[in-house]
Design a protein around this ligand. Sequence first.
Ligand code: C5P
Ligand code: MG
Length: 300
Amino acid sequence: MHSLTAQIPELSNSYVCMKDPQKVQETLQAMVKAGSNTLQVISDFDMTLTRFAYNGKRCPTCHNILENSKVISDDCKIKLDELLKTYYPIEIDASRSIEEKLPLMVEWWTKAHELLVAQRIRKDLLATAVHESEAKLRQGHLKLFLDGFKLFFDHLHKHCIPLLIFSAGIGDILEEVIRQAGVFHSNVNVFSNYMDFDESGMLKAFKGELIHIYNKREGALLNTGHFQELRTRPNVLLMGDSLGDLAMADGVHDMENILRIGYLNDKVEERKQSYLDSYDIVLIENETLDVPNAVVHYLT
Ligand code: C5P
Ligand code: MG
């Protein structure tokens, strides 16, 4: 433990928990030895790359960005909010199994997407909706422009490390968030739910198979063919905030090492043990990218 925190001092912060620091150290060493040209980063988006809360208030997910915007009628906002109040507590309920939650999550996403499609949202209004939203990518503890998400994205780009953002949110919205933040670099690939617009630019449906928080494995396995380079990078840094995010790397062939960093944002006491059992490094109620940035620097 001592030499691990000597190498990466950020891991000694009080919000960092590890069940097996020795294993973390061994994994990190093996990844350094393999070299950064074998590394890829696979990250969830909402509540992993974006903040969970700011000034005591919840920050929006991709879906919330749309829901809170002018492109949605007041009546629809009420219905979407009712869905959130019904299903979000189920999403984070530690007493229910994934099997029990899965059909309910499909129900949530399906109902929400039906409501969004009925709003006939115009593609050309999405950028304004994002611009006017309270979406916030995670910063560093100093809250300098260069110590948080900017450092994270720029550093991976500079070192030619592919970053796959794998999100059950809305691809068009998340792309706009990172584009407006100036970090949608060429090394970034996105798997997500994309909107399908008609010739006049009105939302008519969502494309392809629905991605929700508990089917990221299927998405990973189905999509690997499109991202040939990712198959040849057997060392993975995975970042997520849900236990469903752990399956995001299942499409990587011949995996050699994986280091999983998990943000535990909500229902901490109830979920702490399950996060410690499945994520190598757990960040408890922490809003920064300091640990991922420190790990990425160590590995490159
Ligand atoms: O990017 P990520 O995979 O984390 O996106 C999924 C998140 O979107 C879930 O954690 C869920 O809370 C949220 N969500 C939402 N509104 C919906 C469906 C999902 O805010 N209608
Ligand atoms: Mg998430």
